[in-house]
Design a protein around this ligand. Structure first.
Ligand SMILES: C[S@@+](CC[C@H](N)C(=O)[O-])C[C@H]1O[C@@H](n2cnc3c(N)ncnc32)[C@H](O)[C@@H]1O
Length: 254
């Protein structure tokens, strides 16, 4: 156990973790975009663009942005392929409301469907979407394995999954340097800009608890995602996990 509420939340499980995470994102929703761009030096924009290329978006396709937050992953998709639609699902109504305003300002309101929901129980039919995007969300899910199973369930055969996450930096020297940034700079800037003392201490604590890449890729394969692999972006500061939903087994002709 720990006295640090951010670390305690990162160790929490089930409904208590979800309630804490939802409340935290509700509190920081207004300042989330600004902090994202400032704290990543704008590279988060490039990382989302890179991930969207891997989704191989099709005109007329329906895509799920899971843990959509304020919608930057969904908007990057719609910028690349205007003729697709996106279901944007998130636990936090505060983040979704912010996304709604942004969608309206961008004239994209008709192309996104906002859904308040839980990644571990998707309100979507089997094989109903052409691709799934998760941007910096899965780290927060108490049961990541269950969420991956849900992604596999709702993806059409051949549909792609592209997960961006801060999964821990593989290079020890860079990890050490980033550890300093995470412990000394990020919580202070995060608190000053968002006014929330916890969210930007929770972030490094949740990164520490992210599973090893090999284990996470095994969970993706269990969820029916063939060719599961991880591409390191900016020397592994961000990771991009990719997979394609298996085609169904050909049925026997006898
Ligand atoms: C760091 S934000 C990422 C937002 C956005 N995808 C992006 O790329 O900037 C994480 C989001 O995950 C959402 N989230 C956390 N747990 C969730 C869950 N179990 N189901 C759905 N959304 C969840 C939070 O509410 C928050 O909006």
């Amino acid at each position: 156990m720990t006295d640090d509420p951010a670390r305690a939340l990162s160790q929490e499980t089930g409904a208590r973790r979800k309630a804490g995470v939802e409340a935290m994102f509700d509190r920081i929703a207004r300042r989330y975009d600004l902090l994202n761009h400032v704290l990543s030096g704008g590279t988060d924009i490039l990382w989302r663009r890179r991930a969207v290329r891997e989704l191989a978006l099709k005109p007329g396709g329906l895509y799920l942005d899971l843990a959509a937050g304020t919608g930057d992953y969904a908007f990057t998709m719609l910028k690349r392929e205007e003729a697709c639609r996106v279901v944007a699902l998130d636990l936090s109504q505060g983040m979704l409301s912010h996304m709604e305003t942004k969608a309206r300002d961008k004239g994209l309101g008709a192309k996104v469907l906002l859904v308040r929901g839980d990644a571990e129980r998707l309100p979507l039919a089997d094989a109903s979407v052409d691709g799934v995007a998760i941007g910096y969300g899965i780290r927060n899910f108490p049961d990541k394995r269950q969420a991956l199973l849900e992604c596999g369930r709702v993806l059409k055969p051949g549909g792609r999954l592209a997960i961006l996450e801060l999964a821990g930096i593989p290079n020890p020297a860079l990890r050490w340097l980033f550890g300093l940034y995470f412990r000394l700079v990020l919580p202070v800037v995060g608190r000053l800009v968002s006014g929330d003392s916890m969210a930007y201490t929770y972030l490094p604590a949740s990164v520490e608890r992210f599973p090893a890449r090999g284990e996470f890729l095994d969970w993706m394969r269990e969820a029916g995602l063939a060719d599961a692999r991880c591409v390191e972006l900016s020397f592994g500061i961000s990771s991009l996990f990719l997979g394609t939903r298996n085609q169904p087994q050909p049925s026997s002709t006898r």
